[in-house]
Design a protein around this ligand. Structure first.
Ligand code: G3I
Length: 316
């Protein structure tokens, strides 16, 4: 009995969470499921740079405030997402060419956003998607101007802005062994040795039904956890080619069980966040045309077989 979140807590973890924001929480059916089943919310878009600081020094926080107020009044933890990311980045930031200015801009942005919610955020995704799949650093204004020191700068600024939040680095395609996982391990090992305040690694886990890596995804997760940091699955969804059918939904359920169990079987894995609640609202069809149905509730808010799979993964 009990919610997904209660079950996660019953096995010693921090939460079972979902992304949300004002737009989805304004759908009463969506909101009711978040209230009933989830213990943590991650702002899907409202805390990103293009939402919070469109012009330098001018902060627009109403949607982020909405999410924080909603979470606080409903007793949900918050995973702040995300402070430094190459995407959804205003062009005034991308145009910066000198290191001193960009350093100040990063510090001021983090102070403005993370500082505003100091003491209220459980985890922060401080930097997001800094690697290419081969483990080289991704080209971005941050890397081009500052080299990898932008990561150190961002974590130190986040610690100063909100000393109690646990600070995470977050990325996708950490579900299989390879260059990206190796690079992540090397980076966080360097950060720890340098005394940079970092607490965890988020593995987004945007998966595809029956992808061959899923049965082995606990292995790279264990490699990340072997750094001594906490780990979490931060954006889990498992998409399929549309239309869905009973076979695909059953396979998806099995895949959810495996993915959630990958966290459960990893001692340092503190929680699982799905990237949404209902197939009515998901980034997947907008990005991967012809794919979707990636979440635990269908577009009519009926529980899918995947809900049972996720539950089994928690309790396995
Ligand atoms: O806010 C504008 C709105 O003013 C405009 O009218 C509308 C028209 O397209 O677009 C709105 O912005 C959209 C935004 O979501 C807010 O709804 C963007 O087009 C759309 O691209 C954006 O998509 C988000 C995507 O990140 C952007 O990269 C998705 O909702 C969000 O789920 C997705 O989340 C990311 C994580 O942050 C990082 N990991 C990958 C994950 C999936 O891409």
């Amino acid at each position: 009995t009990g919610s997904l979140d209660a079950k996660m807590k019953s096995v010693g973890r921090e939460y079972f969470g979902t992304c949300a924001d004002r737009n989805t929480l304004s759908d009463a059916a969506y909101e009711a499921i978040v209230i009933a089943e989830y213990g943590q919310v991650t702002p899907e878009n409202s805390m990103k740079w293009d939402a919070t600081e469109k012009s330098r020094g001018v902060f627009s926080m109403s949607d982020a405030d909405y999410l924080v107020d909603w979470a606080t009044s409903h007793g949900k933890l918050i995973r702040g997402h995300t402070l430094v990311w190459h995407s959804q980045l205003p062009s005034w930031v991308s145009a910066i060419t000198d290191a001193a200015t960009l350093t100040t801009v990063i510090q001021d942005h983090i102070k403005g956003v993370a500082g505003r919610y100091a003491g209220k955020i459980h985890h922060w995704d401080v930097v997001n998607e800094v690697f290419n799949d081969d483990g080289t650093f991704r080209t971005s204004v941050f890397y081009n101007v500052l080299g990898e020191s932008f990561i150190d700068i961002a974590f130190r600024a986040a610690k100063a802005a909100d000393p109690t939040a646990k600070l995470y680095i977050n990325d996708y395609n950490l579900d299989y062994a390879g260059g990206k996982v190796n690079a992540m391990v090397a980076l966080v090992t360097r950060l720890i040795a340098a005394g940079v305040p970092i607490d965890g690694i988020g593995s987004q886990a945007h998966l595809i039904v029956n992808n061959g890596a899923i049965p082995y995804m606990h292995q790279p997760l264990a490699a990340l956890a072997a750094t001594g940091l906490k780990v979490a699955l931060t954006e889990l969804d498992i998409r399929m080619t549309l239309p869905s059918d009973a076979t695909k939904l059953a396979d998806q359920s099995s895949n959810y069980q495996t993915a959630v169990y990958a966290c459960k079987r990893t001692a340092n894995c503190v929680g699982v966040t799905t990237w949404g609640v209902s197939d009515k609202y998901s980034w997947v069809p907008d990005t991967f045309s012809g794919s979707g149905a990636a979440l635990l509730w269908d577009e009519n808010f009926a529980k899918k077989p995947a809900y049972t799979g996720a539950t089994a993964g928690i309790l396995a």
